[in-house]
Structure formats: structure tokens, C-alpha cells
Ligand binder design. Structure first.
Ligand SMILES: Nc1ncnc2c1ncn2[C@@H]1O[C@H](COP(=O)(O)OP(=O)(O)OP(=O)(O)O)[C@@H](O)[C@H]1O
Ligand SMILES: [Mg+2]
Length: 270
């Protein structure tokens, strides 16, 4: 199999392998592309929770990224956990300087166990600097509430919030619906042209560690392989859904997904 494209991942490390950089690398690889990384923080965690977060100094993050871009280059960029203003400003300057396209921003703020991963000052800078440079931003419901200030408790609230985030400057928004308390999940894609609602049955499982990281990396991979926004969305959502459904059940808490499920997916065009 030939490698299809190159993806730069800027995110935190998850020692348990289910989320963060580890989930990103697995996703990019499983979908046929080449993963490169800049680690922004090292977390000590498992399926039950986050124990410790050690930030990597901005200068180090910057060097990791520029070493990649000055040599290999990237067809798309996936941005995950950026824990402080200094790192956000650094990533902003690099995106501008290298004129990077196909930027997928996962505005990670809170881990699955409720641990805060970013401070409020950083959220303001994320909005101001990085949203306008993103081709797609992928907030979950709590993150969309923080970004918009709107409470979200149903599909209509989600649509309203997705439109507001679109107006903040991102070219496209995918508001993820995993957190809504209902039997169905709605993932809302807002583009300049349309609102598309992807509806599916919620799988009853605890194995949802890293669903968001996996989705945004799948998206960045699809974009780097020159698929359009709607197609990238369909493929990425299907991949995450199948990866949850076939999760190995590791750990006592929120277990990881099966990133290798793509190898069994026929006609997935990935
Ligand atoms: N129980 C589930 N069944 C099916 N799909 C799910 C389930 N939970 C989440 N998903 C899907 O996973 C994707 C990620 O959504 P979610 O809202 O969980 O993101 P997230 O909160 O950012 O995840 P993370 O906690 O990994 O950061 C969405 O496309 C959502 O539809
Ligand atoms: Mg998330």
C-alpha cells in the first residue's frame, strides 16, 4: 500500500494510548497516511482519569514543528491540546508563516473525566487567533457552550451554536453530539453553504476514550487526501462509529477504540 499524504499533528500525549497524539498517529496510519508530531504536553493517564499534565516549553514545541515543516512539509494539520497562550501564539505564527492549509482544530478543553486541560485566557486566544485560520473546527457540546456562551440541550441548540461558531471565522464547523443525553446522536456540520445533520444511534458503551481526537485526525487525513468537507465528514464519522463498536474493552474506565477497524471497512474509500 502506498502512503497517500503527510499530516502534522500538534497535540498532547496520552500515556494510555487511547486519545491524544497516540490516537492521532493510529488514526492517520490506519487511514493510509503518514503521521508527524509536535507534542505540546505529556499527560500521565489511563482509562479512569488524568493524573498529571506536564507542559512542554513553547520553544520546544516550535522547534518540533519547524523541523518537520522545513524538511518534509505537511498536507494537513491537526491541532489538539494547546494548554497556554504562549503555545497558541506560537502555533498561530507558524500557521501564518508557512501558509498551512487544511487545518483541523479540535478545541480540546476538558478531558473525559472532567479534568480541565486549558485555562480561560487561552480560550480567548484560541477563538481570536486560531479559529479564523481553521478549515474545520470540531468542538464537542461543552466546548461549543464555552465558545458561544449558549446553553446546549438539544439539536436546535446545537445548530444555533454551530452557526455562531461559523461566524467566528472558521470555514467549517462540526459540532459533535456525543455528550447529549439521548438515544440518538446528532453531529452537526455547518459550512458557508449548508447545515448538514448526521444522525445515528448512540452505542451503549464505556469505550469512548479518544473519540474526539480520532474524529479530528480522521478528518485531517481525509482532507490531506483531497476529499471534500462533506465526504471527509462522512468517512470520519463512520470510522469513529465502527471503531467504538469494535473497541477491545481495555481498562476499567473509558476504554480505547479499535483504530484498526479501517482495515476491515470495505468501500470506505479510505
Ligand atoms: N456512544 C457513542 N456511540 C456512537 N458514536 C459516538 C458515541 N460517543 C461519541 N460518539 C461519536 O464520537 C464523535 C466524537 O464525539 P464526542 O462528542 O464524544 O467528542 P469529544 O467529547 O470531543 O471526545 P473526547 O472525549 O475524546 O474529547 C462524534 O462523532 C460522536 O458522534
Ligand atoms: Mg474532545
Amino acid at each position: 500500500m502506498k502512503i497517500k499524504s503527510k499530516i502534522l499533528i500538534i497535540a498532547g500525549s496520552d500515556s494510555s494510548g487511547g486519545a491524544g497524539i497516540q490516537a492521532d498517529i493510529k488514526t492517520v496510519t490506519a487511514l493510509g497516511s503518514y503521521a508527524m508530531t509536535a507534542v505540546t504536553a505529556v499527560t500521565a493517564q489511563n482509562t479512569k482519569g488524568v493524573k498529571k499534565i506536564t507542559p512542554i516549553p513553547t520553544k520546544n514545541v516550535q522547534k518540533q514543528i519547524t523541523m518537520i515543516l522545513d524538511d518534509i512539509g505537511a498536507d494537513s494539520v491537526k491541532i489538539g491540546m494547546l494548554h497556554n497562550v504562549s503555545v497558541i501564539k506560537c502555533v498561530y505564527s507558524i500557521l501564518k508563516k508557512y501558509k498551512l492549509k487544511n487545518v483541523v482544530l479540535d478545541p480540546v478543553m476538558i478531558a473525559k473525566d472532567g479534568t480541565k486541560l486549558i485555562n480561560s485566557n487561552s480560550i480567548a486566544y484560541l477563538k481570536k487567533l486560531l479559529l479564523p485560520l481553521s478549515n474545520l473546527v470540531t468542538p464537542n457540546i461543552p466546548e461549543a457552550e464555552v465558545l458561544t456562551g449558549y446553553p446546549i440541550s438539544n439539536k436546535d441548540d446545537m445548530i444555533r451554536a454551530a452557526k455562531k461558531i461559523l461566524n467566528m471565522g472558521s470555514k467549517n464547523v462540526l459540532l459533535k453530539g456525543g455528550h447529549l443525553k439521548s438515544k440518538m446522536i446528532f453531529d452537526i456540520l455547518a459550512t458557508k453553504k449548508e447545515i448538514k445533520i448526521f444522525k445515528k444511534r448512540k452505542i451503549r458503551t464505556k469505550n469512548t476514550h479518544g473519540t474526539g481526537c480520532t474524529l479530528s485526525s480522521a478528518f485531517a487525513t481525509c482532507l490531506s487526501q483531497k476529499k471534500n468537507i462533506v465526504k471527509s465528514c462522512k468517512i470520519s464519522l463512520r470510522y469513529v462509529d465502527k471503531a467504538i463498536a469494535s473497541a477491545p474493552g481495555y481498562g476499567k474506565g473509558f476504554g480505547p477504540l479499535n483504530h484498526l477497524v479501517s482495515l476491515n471497512l470495505k468501500n470506505s474509500n479510505v
